[in-house]
Design a protein around this ligand. Sequence first.
Ligand code: NAD
Length: 489
Amino acid sequence: TNTEPAPGAAKKAPARKTTAQKAAEQAPAVIEVRNPGTGAVVGTVPEMSADEVAAKVRELRLFQPEWEAIGPNGRKEWLLKLQDWLIDNTDTIADVVQSETGKPRVDSLIDPAFATDLLGYYARRAAKFLADDHPSPHSPLARVKKLTTAYKPYPVVGVITPWNFPLAMPALDVFPALAAGAAVILKPSEVTPLSALEMARGWAEIGAPPVFAVVTGAAATGAAVIENADYIQFTGSTATGRKIAVACAERMVPYSLELGGKDPAIVLSDADVDRAAHGIAFGGMFNSGQVCISVERVYVEAPVYDEFVAKLTANVKALRQGIDGRESKHDVGALANENQTSVVQRHVDEAVAAGAKVLTGGKRAGFGTAFEPTVLVDVDHTMSCITEETFGPTLPVMKVADEAEAVRLANDSIYGLSASVWTGDKERGERIARQLNAGAVNINDVFVNLFSFALPMGGWGQSGVGARWGGANGVRKYCRQQAITTPLL
Ligand code: NAD
């Protein structure tokens, strides 16, 4: 039959919406999750509304008091059950991580392994970390009192995370907050929400109390988390972090921000050049350079510059790039999305236009979003590849005259997340570390601080506000402190 309206008919009577059209308008928006290496859609999640987020937080508030009441040892039981679940489900979780990130298999296994390790650390130590403190009175007036500092969890902690480690990033902060006795609402990146949903699946499968919920969506869903939670732990870009700080200030809600970086590596002429070239290749290229503490700039003392550059380039050229199945065949995979690829390409192109040289890489790898591991030389501090966070597989290398110039250039950045110093003299390394504007400094290595939960992890300058972990502080930050004085007599 001809359903075409007669000419002019549509103008006379406004077309009625069909039931299907009405339903489509009311249905929640759906986010498609893609494997950036292949372009294939690997899942969909709903874009959750502000009302849905508010309802989830109300529900969490109902169950949090009981979670707090069972104490750190009661919570330990549940957290260790989840640890067992993570171990039992490592391969399945790695499948999900791999499918939504395009990482090599071995890197996808790091997410569940890292989460498992961190969970054990805080589950086992929370009781000690949350025990009351009894400081000594400093004044004769207080000597007849018992002084107590008690730690009481915020009821609901909101955790907002990026896409670079889609299970580990949530784990970094969700587990300490749960161990502290808070309920947690997690808003993972809309680019990689599926791994976080695995964590929620685990929590449900072990039958744990409903004090952990995942809400999916983009910025508006994140904003709704800020509107409803009592503490905000944010990990992501500096630009978004600034907006989060403003939104939290409006509500007078405390927050902690873990933001971007532009980590320098300093290679001194007394360094073991092989070790430096190897470590810096790893530090720059692991996870395609999409690590907040990736090496993003390298300063090399003149006497070892040529040798270092040759060895670094050889190490980077040897990397195998591609998309893995369950077997591990590659060292470097895809980038998270086209946005990332275009930032990396822009940084390389602008550097080359201003006189830099590409020693290897410099272009797209020919599949999905992937970009070739790239070494750049003849760069300087006017170029975007040195001043902006790249978050991709590029290593710009500069020759410096001496240690003082290396330190000055390393500190010439708005960021201050972490740094590395490569030297044959450990004392010299420590002395230089203390001159660097960075929340962490690794000597003759990269990333070690990230595996040391007893140390604080936080950025200086535009790299963050506050810090995660640092032993006891890692759970105490999710608590309000209460001072109690009791007469002794
Ligand atoms: P992003 O800032 O774009 O997004 C991070 C999260 O914030 C996402 O979940 C996003 O949906 C949400 N969001 C965006 N706008 C929001 C708003 N207005 N209100 C509430 N939530 C909002 O960051 P990204 O691109 O996903 O991640 C890459 C960045 O993360 C890099 O800059 C990297 O250095 C940084 N990072 C930092 C650390 C660290 O520990 N310092 C770790 C990993 C990544």
